[in-house]
Design a protein around this ligand. Structure first.
Ligand code: UT7
Length: 323
């Protein structure tokens, strides 16, 4: 039997500084009322000067390792999802690798913007299933505050900084009732790359650039792509929506989250929501939401989780996990 990836630990880290909607209304022509009504966001966290994506990732990784009861030297794979790496290279994953005292195996970044955590999870899961890794750290970490145009009210109010991490371990299991990652489903369609992008980069402008988004278009595609990938994940496992205990969605907009919940006919209390406090933390949003619901006791051993996300590229994906 091929190994199955079992989630054995989770950790999350948010920077100290809180930025409220009122703080942003002092910067750009916006209001708490507009931001809450259109997005559900009330506040976001922002990394301190000099606090890097790797710093957030290391903090989350150490908490996840402690939760799993293993040490950095036991890890043989790090897959870190970020669109805001410390540097163009080396990967932020290798900085985390050194910091946790892991001196073997492989560490690398994946880049799928807001879908990054699902992409990283799928990558690590496939390494474990193939027998190429035993203990994998899957991290989503971002400092989007560094790529926001603070004069553009249509984007700067939407994002926040943070990191979340999950430890996966090779184990045994079969079918939907046993613990572990049941399946992962990834998609992208590069025809839409100009709908959500950063207008800089090493090979194009030699600058870091700022995030640009056609919000309404992204919204439309998010709703359509998320509902199709969620059905795909359920069908692949012969499950219906009522089998899901918790929906752990990417936290971009409360209206998108509620739309996905309604499509699945899930009661609101089964949908994990952090967008009100975290805003959109891109690749960090799903593991941050997951960690919150684990630590406050909502998610319990044996629960079935549906993770989903959609982001620039476009990229989108979903995963079913028996906790
Ligand atoms: O994580 C990756 C995926 N990203 C997403 O899923 C984001 C998807 N998109 C969205 O969440 C929404 O489209 C937004 C929250 C970005 C925008 O909400 P919307 O309901 O689609 O608003 P809109 O873009 O249609 O703008 C409506 C109005 C415009 O004014 P006019 O043209 O109607 O006069 C905007 O200029 O709201 C204006 N507006 C603002 N007003 C106050 C845009 N941003 C702001 C703002 N404060 N911050």
């Amino acid at each position: 039997m091929a190994p199955r990836s079992i989630a054995i630990g989770s950790g999350a880290y948010l920077p100290e500084k809180v930025v409220t909607n009122a703080d942003l209304a002092a910067l750009v022509d916006t209001s708490d009322e507009w931001i809450q009504a259109r997005t559900g966001i009330k506040q976001r966290y922002m990394a301190a000067d000099g606090e890097k994506t790797s710093d957030l990732a290391i903090a989350a990784a150490n908490l996840a390792l402690a939760d799993a009861g293993i040490e950095g030297k036991d890890v043989d794979l790090i897959v870190l999802a970020t669109a805001t790496p410390d540097n163009t290279f080396p990967s932020t994953a290798t900085t985390v690798q050194a910091a946790i005292g892991m001196e073997r195996g492989a560490a690398f970044d994946v880049q799928a913007v807001c879908s990054g955590f699902i992409y990283a999870l799928a990558t690590a899961d496939n390494f474990i299933r193939a027998g190429q890794a035993t203990n994998a750290l899957v991290i989503g970490a971002e400092t989007f505050s560094r790529i926001l145009d603070w004069e553009d009210r249509t984007t700067c109010v939407l994002f926040g900084d943070g990191a979340g991490a999950l430890v996966l371990q090779a184990g045994e299991g079969e079918g939907a009732e046993d613990r572990g990652i049941l399946s992962t489903h990834l998609h992208s369609d590069g025809r839409y790359k100009d709908m959500l992008y950063v207008d800089g980069g090493p090979s194009s402008t030699q600058t870091v650039g700022y995030l640009r988004m056609q919000g309404r278009e992204v919204f439309k595609h998010a709703v359509a792509n998320l509902s199709s990938v969620v059905i795909e994940a359920l069908d692949a496992n012969g499950l219906s929506a009522d089998a899901i205990d918790w929906l752990v969605p990417h936290q971009a907009n409360l209206r998108i989250i509620n739309g996905a919940g309604k499509k699945l006919k899930m009661p609101e209390e089964k949908v994990i929501v952090t967008v009100d406090r975290h805003a959109n933390t891109s690749a960090a949003s799903v593991p941050l939401a997951l960690d919150e619901a684990l630590k406050d006791g909502r998610i319990k051993r044996g629960d079935l989780l549906l993770l989903e996300a959609m982001g620039g590229g476009f990229t989108w994906g979903a995963s079913l996990v028996r906790w």
